[in-house]
Ligand binder design. Structure first.
Ligand SMILES: Cc1ncc(COP(=O)(O)O)c(C=O)c1O
Length: 359
């Protein structure tokens, strides 16, 4: 029996892509699969999401690994383009770099642009990557002076779209469109939160990431409440059961004490697998479809759960840490983090199993 297992379901990925298409009809879908598809396994995710129009990664290396694995769809490289060598790799392998600063434009001029199709990123208020939006016209003139370069389009990234009441999103959307006017090129603004909560941000291309994996991009919501299905279910076996007496402490630092005589279970997962060490007592775990709260500190290989509401649990039973039946958003909220981080931090000790529950 394997220890910690992440089961990734292609049917859930397809369902979530269909949700993107239903929310943003008529838009091209650029699926964000950076960081190994948010920890799900980029090659498998690309295969499951064959209906996406394009894929977005963070680095040239991430894109090249997919090209070498036979992925032929358009690949957009969102950041980390450094110098002429990266542009040469993009041209050779048909990768579309996103350019966001003057040093990259200088490299583009040095390269000459032959065979390159580029995106230009504008900063409309996030103050992360991007040229000042007001420079769009001047940027377009500079690109026009390099006739070998094809302009794929313009993009910007939303800072606060997770809050449907925050006016900053519409300010960014308006600023983007105003800066571009009628300049040629496709437009791309929306991440998952934009797709779900901000129809005015949809433009020509949407760039979903987290919603494809079934987690919520919106504050205070979970994936299932947005009709998203968890792509990943993380499980680990119950490897011991014991009774602790009232007043006895559990685990390192004795941070939790049994309020009464009670059964507890030890689940074979810990921060060595990527389960968050800072998950506090009370963080939900699922056994036999019941929530059994974590008690005491997370250690490297083990956690302890309170089995008072699940006395039937036995050694060898499977516990679900997140996924089917337990939204990752709930675990992330309990642990003071976000689903993105929980997915990305799983370690190579976790066994990945790829299924298709509909085939
Ligand atoms: C430029 C860009 N577009 C799209 C996305 C996808 O965002 P999300 O996973 O919130 O949908 C990201 C992810 O951070 C990004 O950096």
């Amino acid at each position: 029996m394997s220890r910690v297992r992440a089961t990734v379901d292609a049917a859930a990925l397809r369902h979530n892509l269909a949700r993107v298409r239903a929310c943003a009809p008529g838009c091209r879908v650029v699926a964000a699969i950076k960081a190994d598809a948010y920890g799900h396994g980029a090659f498998h995710v690309v295969t499951a999401l064959a209906d996406a129009d394009a894929f977005a990664v963070a680095t040239v290396d991430e894109a090249l690994q997919l090209r070498w694995a036979g992925v032929s769809k358009p690949l957009i490289v969102l950041s980390a383009i450094r110098g002429v060598a990266d542009l040469t790799a993009c041209a050779e392998h048909g990768l579309q770099p996103v350019l966001h600063d003057a040093t990259q434009l200088a490299a583009l001029a040095a390269h000459g642009g032959q065979g390159l199709e580029v995106w230009i990123k504008l900063d409309t208020g996030m103050n992360r990557l991007g040229f000042p939006a007001e420079e769009a016209g001047a940027l377009h003139r500079r690109l026009a002076a390099l006739p070998a370069v094809r302009l794929a389009g313009w993009m910007t990234h939303l800072a606060c779209a997770d809050d449907p009441d925050d006016p900053a999103t519409m300010t960014q959307v308006r600023r983007f469109h105003a800066a571009l006017g009628d300049l040629p090129g496709e437009r791309s603004i929306a991440n998952s939160a934009g797709i779900l909560a901000w129809p005015d941000s949809h433009a020509d291309n949407v760039r979903p990431g987290i919603m494809l994996y079934g987690a919520s991009p919106l504050l205070g919501r979970d994936g299932p409440s947005l009709d998203l299905r968890p792509a990943m279910t993380l499980t680990a076996p119950l490897v011991a059961r014991k009774s602790v007496a009232a007043g006895e402490a559990i685990g390192y630092g004795a941070t939790w004490r049994a309020p009464e005589d009670m059964p507890v279970g030890l689940v074979a997962i810990g921060y060595g697998d990527g389960y968050p060490r800072h998950a506090p007592s009370g963080t939900p775990v699922l056994v036999h479809g019941k929530r059994v709260p974590l008690v005491g500190r997370v250690s490297m290989d083990l956690i302890t759960v309170d089995l008072r509401d699940c006395p039937e649990a036995e050694v060898g039973d499977e516990a679900t840490l997140w996924g089917e039946g337990l939204p990752v958003d709930e675990v992330a909220a309990a642990a003071g983090t976000i689903a993105y981080e929980l997915f990305c931090r799983l370690t190579n000790r976790v066994e990945f199993v790829y299924i298709d529950s509909e085939r």
